[in-house]
Design a protein around this ligand. Structure first.
Ligand code: PHE
Length: 338
């Protein structure tokens, strides 16, 4: 005759074998081995048994508990393994993965970053101003007469409200001086816009790094030293740098800078890369007037300013033949600089 405990055990083992998932298995466990489970109940019942019966039932109870616990444990492992391999069916782990395409910086961005890095080494801080400007920041404050050709509608993009897309980053010279008293040493990388005929070397939007250094006793020698160092760091020590007299309304004297280097594909040809000069006293005076103080007294302070054509520099450095390539988003072009 089988003992009721053995029947309970066998019933439990059958249910365990039939449990379709871990949840069902847990229900079985609670039913038999839980606090008020039917096998556990025999533990309570032991107290009511006679001395002779107790060891017999005790033994059966232990066996039942051990057998059922072990079966639950084993069934649980099987179910978990099955679940995992189920999740893996249909997945061919020998297939190569889907590669993540890694982006890269645009060559112009790389060029700007490099320029910024070099000027930072020389102690220039970053300044910025808006692409959409007013005439005063773009022209008047920069000593540019109302009839100057650069202000022409044929050259400059005007908005209906009279504002404009800045034609150079020199606007940030003015903004920087309005915001801070001298001494001041800043660069302002950014876009500039002109209504040029678009061709291999002209784009309606191009990029400059503007520079401004104002202090006591700043001279043309400082201007030359700074820009020669910059260009030689960029293009190599064998680079020839030439300062040519030029005219800008906001600098006096003014220069254009040409470079030439055997190491570059452009070779033995002078290429113009920068406009620069000593800040015109009229600019200091207009800034002081707008600030309502005498912070930029031209008797006390002198300064130099420059505007580097970054598209041009990138074209020389990376040997890019056409400025339009920068804006066409052709991956065959861009990937070469990744
Ligand atoms: N803003 C001038 C240009 O775009 C360059 C320049 C900057 C010249 C600063 C002198 C001083 O051509």
């Amino acid at each position: 005759m089988t003992h009721p405990l053995e029947e309970l055990r066998d019933g439990a083992l059958e249910e365990i074998a039939a449990a379709p998932n871990e949840q069902a298995l847990e229900t079985v466990r609670v039913h038999y081995l839980g606090r008020s489970g039917s096998i556990s109940a025999w533990g309570e019942r032991m107290k009511t048994l006679s001395k002779e019966e107790r060891p017999v039932v005790g033994k059966l109870l232990n066996q039942a508990r051990t057998a059922v616990s072990a079966a639950i444990e084993e069934a649980g492992e099987k179910l978990r393994a099955a679940q995992e391999s189920g999740a893996l069916t249909g997945l061919d782990i020998s297939l190569p993965g889907t590669p993540n395409e890694l982006g890269a910086l645009h060559p112009l961005t790389q060029m700007l970053d490099r320029g910024i890095e070099l000027f930072r080494r020389m102690g220039f801080a970053l300044a910025e101003g808006p692409d959409i400007e007013d005439e005063w920041h773009c022209f008047d404050a920069l000593n540019t007469a109302p009839d100057h050709p650069a202000r022409n509608e044929a050259d400059t993009f005007y908005l209906p409200d009279g504002r404009l897309l800045r034609t150079h980053t020199s606007t940030v010279q003015i903004r920087a001086m309005q915001a801070a008293s001298p001494p001041i040493r800043v660069i302002a990388p950014g876009s500039a816009f002109r209504r040029d005929e678009i061709d291999a070397t002209h784009s309606a939007r191009f990029h400059q790094i503007e520079g401004l250094y104002v202090d006591e006793g700043v001279s043309v020698a400082d201007l030359k030293g700074t820009l020669e160092f910059f260009l030689r760091e960029l293009f190599g020590p064998g680079t020839a740098v030439r300062f040519r007299p030029h005219y800008f309304p906001f600098t006096e004297p003014s220069f254009e800078i040409d470079v030439k280097s055997k190491a570059l594909k452009s070779g033995e040809k002078w290429i113009e890369v920068c406009g620069c000069g000593m800040v015109h006293p009229a600019v200091f005076e207009e800034v002081s007037r707008s600030r309502g103080d005498a912070a930029y007294d031209p008797e006390k302070w002198t300064g130099f300013a420059f505007g580097l054509g970054m598209d041009r520099l990138a074209m020389i450095l990376f040997d890019i033949p056409d400025i339009r390539l920068f804006a066409q988003n052709d991956l065959r072009f861009l990937r070469q600089f990744a």
